[in-house]
Structures are given as structure tokens and as C-alpha cells.
Design a protein around this ligand. Structure first.
Ligand code: LMR
Length: 404
């Protein structure tokens, strides 16, 4: 049977890490996958996480199955992190959250649930719009879920900025009522370019007027300004829109990459709609992985509900954010150092936010960096800033400058 299968292409991000591991050169640098590396060249386990694990080890009484929707304390803590403790942003009865195996798992279950229901309801494939460019796995997830995939223009390569006019034009002319539009809540992956507050307001009004449903992908909360400010776009939408979806990941901001912790939160028009949507999400989960794993989500809910651990975590997140910002600054400084007139200027990276620098390098240049210098970045020319260090930054910048 299996002889009829063709070889699947290697994953552009995770596959790259495998190629990197197999590279026997001593001087090699992985700037591909979005993992936080500290100044000691380690992907650290946060102190807040270690404390929570100590506590859980002592307290844990059984290894019983979780509910289909996951740990209630975790789901409630997720809602509080997203929308605040009080009901000023969103009334609790309109909101439901399910735990998911990572942000990817959250996106997968909501999109499968939507496809399962609306492909029959509308008698055609439900459409989803993703930004061009976007995180490479979005396409895989939504196609595998059975949605019809479309892209909206997002990035102006010449101006190194958001192409808001074209984006809006697509929303007005091509996106239909009830279509899903995927928005990156903050720190757009891979471009690092987010809408301004004014633009978020226009988007939210557009959604309300034209009836498309916003699906927020939130993987980098806390990596731009802070936990609350990074949600400004989402909160603007909450004021205007009666329905929205948020898929958030705790991989980056808790450094819990291999624990697979995330959540899917839906906001509906009222309690009854929310309850029905929850029941469909649960049935999708049951048919996929039955119920989620406990450990990672227990860590997150322990930290989010304990004021001391919360403040340790908030501070650790701040340190990660500042280290990445520092690396962005050093990258620009080193790239522009002694720059000759005929070489490109990389000042545009200053305006980008989050973990990545979107470098405007083509795939030939990316391949050259990998082959000639042992520097690995994803084909789009995205650099994981946290992979840079004071030790390797000069070498990286020289290698990049040599490409021109
Ligand atoms: C990335 O964009 O590098 C991360 O989100 C890791 C992944 O799963 O692709």
C-alpha cells in the first residue's frame, strides 16, 4: 500500500531544524525556527515554570483523563489573560474556551469545526482569508481542515510596510459576509508589521459592516510592548464585533514549546450560541485527540492564578522581550556599520515587532547563507532575532553584507 505514496516535502521551518542538526560544520547558526534563545545560547526553562512544576509534582493526585474541553481553571485563566478579570471588555456568558495542543491545535480544531458545520450549511466550502505572506503552516492547517483558502495582500515589499490600501480593498471587494479572516493579533509572523490603532479600528468597523468573522492568531503576546498592550487590536474588535475567535499559544511566552499548550476561545452573540459552538468544538476534539494533555496547561494555569508566580513570569517575559529588542538594535547597527553606498540599508527592520526580522532576502540569498556560511533562516528571509548573540552577530552581518 505505502509504495504508492510520494515523498512529502520537508517542512520549511521544522524540517530546517533537522537539516541544521545534521550539519556537521562547527560554525553553524540556527536563525530559523522561532524559539527564544538567551545570551548563554540556551533555550531556558523559565523559573516561574520550574516553580509551578515543583508545586504540581507535589500536588498531583492522579493521571486521569481531562474533560474534552480541558482544565477549567486553565480555560478561565486564559479568558482573564485575554480579556481582563472584569466584564468590561466582554460579558462572560458570550465566551467559551477550550484547551488545545498548542496554537496549531487550536487553529486546527476551530477550522475543522467550522468546515464540518458550514460546508454543509452553505452547501459550499467555507472560505478563509490569510495574509500574504503569513506563517507557512496556516496554509497546511486550513486546507487539511477542509476550508477554501484565499489570501489578502498584506506586505508592501518596496516600502517595507503594511499595504493597508490593498488589504482594505480586498476586504471590501472580495471578502464576503460570513467569510473568516485570519488576523495576527500582534508581532505578525513573518513580517513583524502590525496595523496601527487607527487601522485596527478601520478593520473592526469593516468587519462589523461587511459581516466577515475575525479569527485572531495570538502566538506572541508580550513580545511587542506588554501583555495588555499587545492585545489592543483584539480589544478594539471586541467593542464592535458580536462574534470573534481567538487561537492563542503559550509556546513562546512561557517557553513551553514541547508541552503543546494553547487555547481556542470563541465569542458569540449570546449564551445560547456560545454553548452550541462549544458543543461542536468538543465533538471535533473528541474525534481528533479525545481530550488534551494535562501537564503544560497545569503549569500555565498555576502561574496565571498565583500572584507571586505571575509576577515572576511577567518579569521573565519582559527580559525575553528586551533581549530580543536589543538584538534587533544590534543587528541594524552591525548591518549598517561601515556601510557602503551600493549596499542596501536595513533601517526598515526598526519598525518591525516581535521575535523576527523580515530581511528582504530572496531564496537564493538564503540558500547561499546556509551553504557558504552555515547560517540557517527560513526561505522567506525571516531571521529569529533570539538566535543572534553578541558572539555571532558580527559574523552573521558580514555574511549578509557579502550577499550584495
Ligand atoms: C515559527 O514560526 O518558527 C514557529 O511558530 C514554530 C513553528 O511551528 O513553525
Amino acid at each position: 500500500m505505502f509504495e504508492s505514496m510520494l515523498m512529502a516535502p520537508s517542512d520549511p521551518i521544522l524540517g530546517l531544524s533537522t537539516i541544521f542538526r545534521n550539519d556537521i560544520r562547527k560554525k553553524k547558526i540556527n536563525l530559523g525556527i522561532g524559539v527564544y534563545i538567551n545570551e548563554h545560547n540556551e533555550a531556558p526553562i523559565l523559573e516561574s515554570v520550574k516553580h509551578a512544576e515543583d508545586f504540581l509534582l507535589k500536588k498531583e493526585m492522579n493521571k486521569n483523563y481531562l474533560n474534552i474541553e480541558g482544565i477549567h481553571a486553565f480555560n478561565n485563566a486564559t479568558q482573564s489573560l485575554l480579556f481582563g478579570q472584569d466584564e468590561s471588555i466582554i460579558s462572560k456568558e458570550r465566551i467559551r474556551t477550550v484547551q488545545a495542543p498548542g496554537g496549531t491545535g487550536a487553529l486546527r480544531i476551530i477550522s475543522e469545526c467550522i468546515a464540518k458545520h458550514f460546508n454543509i450549511y452553505f452547501g459550499r466550502k467555507q472560505r478563509i482569508w490569510i495574509s500574504d505572506p503569513t506563517w507557512v503552516n496556516h496554509k497546511n492547517i486550513f486546507i487539511a481542515s477542509g476550508l477554501e483558502l484565499h489570501t489578502y495582500p498584506y506586505y508592501n515589499q518596496y516600502k517595507h510596510a503594511l499595504d493597508f490600501e490593498k488589504f482594505l480593498d480586498t476586504l471590501n471587494c472580495s471578502v464576503k459576509a460570513t467569510d473568516i479572516v485570519l488576523l495576527h493579533c500582534c508581532c505578525h509572523n513573518p513580517t513583524g508589521i502590525d496595523p496601527t490603532i487607527e487601522q485596527w479600528k478601520i478593520l473592526s468597523e469593516n468587519s462589523e459592516k461587511n459581516g466577515w468573522i475575525p479569527l485572531f492568531d495570538l502566538a506572541y503576546q508580550g513580545f511587542d510592548t506588554d501583555l495588555k498592550n499587545d492585545l489592543q487590536g483584539l480589544h478594539i474588535f471586541c467593542k464592535h464585533n458580536s462574534e470573534l475567535i481567538v487561537c492563542n499559544s503559550y509556546s513562546k511566552n512561557f517557553g513551553l514549546y514541547n508541552e503543546r499548550v494553547g487555547a481556542c476561545t470563541i465569542i458569540a452573540q449570546n449564551n445560547d450560541h456560545a454553548e452550541r459552538a462549544l458543543s461542536q468544538l468538543k465533538s471535533t476534539i473528541r474525534a481528533n485527540y479525545s481530550n488534551p494533555p494535562a501537564h503544560g496547561a497545569s503549569i500555565v494555569s498555576t502561574i496565571l492564578t498565583n500572584p507571586i508566580l505571575y509576577s515572576i513570569w511577567e518579569n521573565e517575559l519582559k527580559c525575553m522581550r528586551e533581549h530580543i529588542k536589543n538584538m534587533r538594535f544590534l543587528l541594524i547597527q552591525n548591518l549598517n556599520h561601515n556601510n557602503q553606498h551600493n549596499k542596501p540599508n536595513f533601517d526598515f527592520i526598526t519598525n518591525q515587532k516581535g521575535m523576527f526580522a523580515y530581511m528582504d532576502l530572496n531564496s537564493n540569498q538564503v540558500t547561499k547563507l546556509r551553504k557558504n556560511s552555515g547560517i540557517y533562516l527560513v526561505d522567506s528571509g525571516r531571521i529569529n532575532l533570539a538566535g543572534l548573540s553578541k558572539q555571532n552577530i558580527q559574523y552573521v552581518c558580514e555574511s549578509i553584507r557579502d550577499l550584495f
